[in-house]
Structures are given as C-alpha cells and as structure tokens.
Design a protein around this ligand. Sequence first.
Ligand code: COA
Ligand code: MG
Length: 297
Amino acid sequence: MSLPLRSMLFIPGDSEKKMAKAPTCGADAVILDLEDSVSPENKPLARRLVPDFLRTTPRGQRTVQYWVRVNPFDTGLTLDDLAAIMPGAPDGIMQPKTNDPGDVRRLSHYLDALEAVHGLERGSVKILPVATETAIAPFTLGQFATAGLDRLAGLTWGAEDLSAALGASTNVDASGEWAFTYKMARSLCLLAAHASGVQAIDTLYVDFRNEEGLRASCRAARAEGFTGRIAIHPAQVAGINEGFMPSPEEVDHARRVLQAFAAHPGAGTVGLDGKMVDIPHRKQAERTLAQARAFSP
Ligand code: COA
Ligand code: MG
C-alpha cells in the first residue's frame, strides 16, 4: 500500500497565493486542481502555475505529497494537463469522473510513457480516482478489486458531480443527510477500496466553518472504515488528521488484544475483559497500531 493519507487539501491551481501555503498546511497531501475549481479562462494559467509550483520542491524533499487533479478524458484536456505537470514529478494524480477501472488503466499507460520521458521511476506516480461521479461509475466499483492497477492508491467519491449527472436538484434528504443514492455510492466506494486493498478516502465536508460538525463527521467516517478525507480549507486539516488517527483508548485496546494473543500462542480466539476476541479483532488491532505508527512523530 502507498503512503497513508489522512487529509488531502484541495488548492485551486490558478491561485499562487494558496499554493504557497501547501508546504505548511499540515495536510498529508495537497491536490493542486486543474479541474472544477478553475474557470475555463484560467485553465491555461493554472497549467503554467501548477508545474512551476511542483518544481519549487523536488520529490524527496517534500514534507507534503503533491497531487494534481487533472481534467477528465471527455474534456480533451487530460493529455495536455499531464504533459505540462509531469516534468514537475507530482506524487499522484487525482482522476475525476472515472467511469470504470478501464479509465484508470488508460491514465496509467499515459503515466508509463511520461515517467519514461522525464526519468521518473516507473509506477511512482500514484492514482486516486473519484470513482462515483458519473451514473455508470458506481456499478463498476467492484471491478477495481480484480483490475490489477498497481498505481491505485485509494478510491474516493463525490456527490456534486453525481447529482449533476442525474439531473438531481439536491443530494441531501430533508434532515440534511446524504440522500439514499449518495449513501449507496459512498458505501460502494468504501467496500471497493477495502476489496482492492487501497485507502478509502471520504468526500469533502462542505461547511468549512463548522469545526465541530467536521470532527464528528470524521470520527463517524473512520468508525465505518474510511481512512482519510478530502479538505477544501486549511482550517479543516487539523480536524481531519485527528479524526483519522486512532484515539489513545483504541491504541491501548489494540495493544492489549495483541498481548492477549501473544500470551496464548496458536490460539485463534482468546478472552479479554470478559469478551471473546478472535482473528478479525486481531487484524483490526494490527491495523490500528499500524495507523498509529505511520503518523507518530
Ligand atoms: N488552500 C490553501 N489556502 C487556502 C485555501 C486552500 N484550499 N482556502 C483558503 N486558503 C487561505 C486563503 O488564501 C486565506 O489566506 P490569507 O489569510 O493569507 O488571506 C486563508 O486561507 C483564509 O481563507 P478564507 O478567507 O477563510 O477563505 P476564502 O473565502 O478565501 O476561500 C474557498 C474559500 C472555499 C474559495 C477556498 O477555501 C478554496 O479555494 N478552497 C478550495 C476549493 C477547491 O479547490 N475546490 C475543488 C474541489 S471541490
Ligand atoms: Mg467536480
């Protein structure tokens, strides 16, 4: 699995001022955007600024992963986006509006060629598809598990473009929660990510001034199995990083689960605090400790 990502902060690629904040924003990755946060008239500008920014810090010296969201294939802009940014050695590409793993394979082939041209290690540029933004996409999510896509770092989902694709006037229900279709797409994304052995990245939390709401939402997402989340504002980064770290109580419990197994070599099930723990609990405990280790200073 590629490096773990709790928080990925979007930065519009036409804003030099916001991009300058990338190295110190505290996110695990930034996503320099060439797509929907950039107006058509500013796309050429963003295509110049993003590679300039990437080159300011070479790979290996970056404290934050530098990802780029390119425009999707049906715009005709993707190849030119890639040609512009690959000299800057991005760490990964966010691929919007994918229909299926075939779209990711096509991007991967382009990257094979461009890595060779620019002397980058083969396979080093990862891919994160936004895998629920078209009407067909949710039906193909399960195919990622057997697609053999070595560059696949995770799967994420988006509600805004899906509702546009459906001609829907809203994507929330009367109580403000995701409407059923979006809950379904989100769950399928979560399942497909784990079936594929990659990171499950939850979508953005729109209300960026509501810190408590964001924190509660991140805790809930992590409890369901999401491993990270998209941010749209620097103020969201700390809440997301914390929300996707195991709590001290969880780390302590995980240690005790593994100690209980260590005390009974060969046992498939042991007792702890009057409760049965078995192999799935052990795997969960190992995952919790791995997560805690990955981000301990
Ligand atoms: N990345 C880096 N810096 C950001 C930022 C971001 N995503 N969003 C805001 N900032 C900076 C601002 O430039 C400002 O800096 P300053 O204090 O030096 O002036 C500071 O953080 C506070 O910004 P604020 O005034 O609270 O927000 P805003 O009204 O300027 O911007 C948004 C609001 C939503 C436009 C902005 O957060 C943004 O551009 N988000 C990303 C949008 C995006 O990429 N969407 C694509 C995916 S849907
Ligand atoms: Mg979009």
